[in-house]
Ligand binder design. Structure first.
Ligand SMILES: Nc1ncnc2c1ncn2[C@@H]1O[C@H](COP(=O)(O)OP(=O)(O)O)[C@@H](O)[C@H]1O
Ligand SMILES: [Mg+2]
Length: 247
């Protein structure tokens, strides 16, 4: 019996330039099912650039991405999402003026017929969103308010709920806890564990070493656009990780 979880994503020799800046140079990256990888590195190290490439925001200049064993070209974020690669950014995740149910279904709304017209099935959206969010024990009292009325942590939870609802295989989170209060940070970290338990592979970027050590299985360090090394989190030394980050 194999005790190795499947490799979900394998990025090989990824390079990306912006004008004269080498944002990434020959970076290799691997993610397994049910694994939480923390992407660490100083400002400008290339973390966001790498996850933008993995989430289809822009293509690499060179290098290859294999997803679930097959080579892929991710044309745009929608393409990545359709394959099961979901990304949560600090602010970009939700549509403020729509309610929670509508956000869970954003761009994938169920339709029904009303007096012969095709319309969005709002009731079904709310019911299904409620069911998904219940399984995460997020405890939002009402789903019919615009998400702008929610706290930062609740918004993250809705975005995570959306990924779960659509059976994301990979969840990418860029600084998910950066703007949150402590109880909300805990909630998001707990949700990361529940996604992991469902076999989702998670990439999360954080500046917070405590979060990194609390939530990840493996730490990958980027420094000025190159792989600076990686460690299994269990047994890793925080001082050493910092040294890898700053060189
Ligand atoms: N869209 C862009 N245009 C020009 N330069 C960029 C762009 N995105 C990132 N960069 C540059 O690429 C490098 C890596 O940036 P980034 O991936 O955002 O780093 P990190 O997320 O680790 O802080 C930086 O030097 C940054 O200024
Ligand atoms: Mg960044």
């Amino acid at each position: 019996m194999s005790d190795r979880p499947a490799v979900l994503l394998e990025a090989k020799k990824i390079s990306k330039r912006f004008g004269g800046v080498h944002a990434l140079e020959d970076v290799d990256f691997r993610l397994h099912a049910g694994e939480v990888v923390a992407l660490a590195g100083d400002n400008g190290a290339g973390k966001s650039t790498l996850i933008k490439i993995i989430s289809g925001v822009f293509p690499p200049d060179s290098g290859e991405i294999a997803f679930q064993g097959g080579r892929v070209t991710l044309a745009n974020p929608q393409d990545a999402r359709t394959r099961g690669i979901e990304t949560i950014y600090q602010d970009l995740a939700l549509a403020d003026n729509l309610d929670v149910g509508a956000n869970v279904f954003l761009g994938r709304e169920p339709m029904t017929r009303w007096m012969g017209l095709k319309v969005i099935d709002r009731r079904r959206m709310r019911e299904e969103a409620a069911r998904t969010l219940d399984t995460l024990d997020i405890g939002l009292d009402r789903l019919d308010r615009p998400v702008r009325a929610l706290s930062g942590g609740q918004r993250q939870c809705v975005a995570i709920g959306r990924a779960l609802h659509w059976q994301a295989k990979i969840m990418i989170m860029d600084e998910p806890t950066a703007a949150l209060g402590v109880p909300e940070q805990r909630k998001v970290l707990a949700l990361i564990q529940s996604l992991k338990a469902r076999g989702v592979g998670i990439i999360f970027i954080s500046h917070n070493l405590q979060d990194i050590f609390a939530a990840s299985d493996r730490i990958v360090v980027l420094r000025r656009g190159v792989n600076a090394g990686e460690r299994a989190t269990a047994g890793a030394n925080p001082d050493e990780i910092v040294r890898m980050m700053v060189g």
